[in-house]
Design a protein around this ligand. Sequence first.
Ligand code: AHR
Length: 567
Amino acid sequence: MKITRRAALKSSALTATALALRSSSLFSQASASVDAHIDILPDEPIGIISPEIYSHFIEHLGGVIYDGVWVGPNSKIPNTNGIRQSFIDTMRAVQAPVLRWPGGCFADSYDWRDGLGPADKRPARSGFWDQQEPNAYGLHEFMHTCRAIGCKPYLAADMRSLPARDFYQEIEYCNAPAGLVRSNSAAPATPNALAAQRAANGDVEPFNVDLWGVGNESWGCGGNLVPEEYAAMFRRFTAWTPSYSRTPLRFVAVGPNGDDVDWTRRLFKSLYSNSERRHLFGLSVHYYTSGSPTEFAGGDALKFSAGEYYDLLTRGSIMERVVTDHWAAIGNTQEPGQPQVKLVVDEWGAWYGKHTELAPEYNFSQQSTMRDALLTGITLDIFQRHADKVAVANLAQAINCIHSLMLAQEDKFTVTPAFHVFRMYLPHRGSQAVRAQFSAPAIPNPLADTPIPVGGNSYIGSLDAVKLLAGLSGSASISPTNPKLLTLTVVNPHLDQPIAAEIAVARAAIASSVATVLAEPDVHAHNDFAHPDAVHPSPAGTAAPVSGRLTHSFPPASVTTLQLTLA
Ligand code: AHR
């Protein structure tokens, strides 16, 4: 499986991409001593980077909720009202903006009423993933989790097994004010029964949930529907809903599996065959990157060859194609009355086979290495480069699962390398994304001879093989409060080659820079319970700019954040 990287680089140096980019760059008289160029183009704004693209997801699955998030109020493990304190602290450390719950596939068999009221009276039921659901963690516990973190809730509604009435009553339970409710009617003001029930269950103040997933993976575990069937259900579920939310409701329609653009085209054709588009805010997109080039959710999280490393990052990079293909398939126009439907990539991450789970009952838990840190950086950079299209994105899943920020087992806890990347990308939040041109020789994917396996839990498809991985990739943004402060994030995927890049900002001079880098000599490096700080970022030295340009060396297999101050 090993590749000869030098041979790969030599041939990739001739790629048309690199040559085309270089000839159009600011560096027509480029210095011969650098390997790459990065042109930042502040005059080419893309859009404001939605803080919600750095969001997270928790599902009743394996050890995500029970043990990961919920330890119970009587636990010896430090907690706030039963919620693991280290989970809260870590989500606060990445300023998590949105948390999605209760699934995933779990959501479409879940009755939100089962998780209400005194814990000892709640029914235990069979839930998705062949597990017994004790219902100790329900709607109120989830809302308390969001409050403790300081993030917004994003609820996935059960569309497969509950009728539309339960959907709008869930909205009413969450959002109706307590006390006398005045209405658009001559009837006297009366208390709302669902709000009164919520208050009796301990929360007088409404939860004010605005973001709602209308089903999940309806092409698979959410009902095995075809797009036209789902569109009809979406219209019926959303034809009327209570309007108590302080902010307008945002409904997210179930989108495709991976790059299945046929689903998106047919869905929107069918949705738009009726002119009513109540609260249609976004299209959910799920794209997982398998650890194996040939099977979905395969490969080993810890043991991988150089070929498998490059292959995973190459397949992860086609998130860009997934984003642009579905954006085109939605076909947003400027017609009056037509919503600008955004992309909500509410499940993404690297998904490996069963080799590194914490214990058998921690279904889908997996380890996470520097390879996953690079995939995290590559993916967040893609979302930032498409700030005009991607409004929300949720890493799957926050703890003890596929591409987690944290691993926890009883009183043991660690963050993963992906956690550090989320922190390193914080300066981009709410900034103005601007185009940045990266000119570097691409890396041929040594395993690009088979179609790419894509899927979720319940559907497997494939995409054409992708042959090239960008030799350097990233994104740039301008601070919303200081036009002279730019953030540039960069991923160098080469396993053993530092890349020296000359960085220039069009019509401006770089005065100074500060860098933070996440890099390890061995890309298999990871944190575990015994070594929770084995992988962590460090400040990196930067050279003084020359003639307003900065030359910076990006270490092998690294993620870097550069804060550039303009003169
Ligand atoms: O994140 C795990 C599962 O992957 C989710 O439940 C489902 O939506 C997807 O198939």
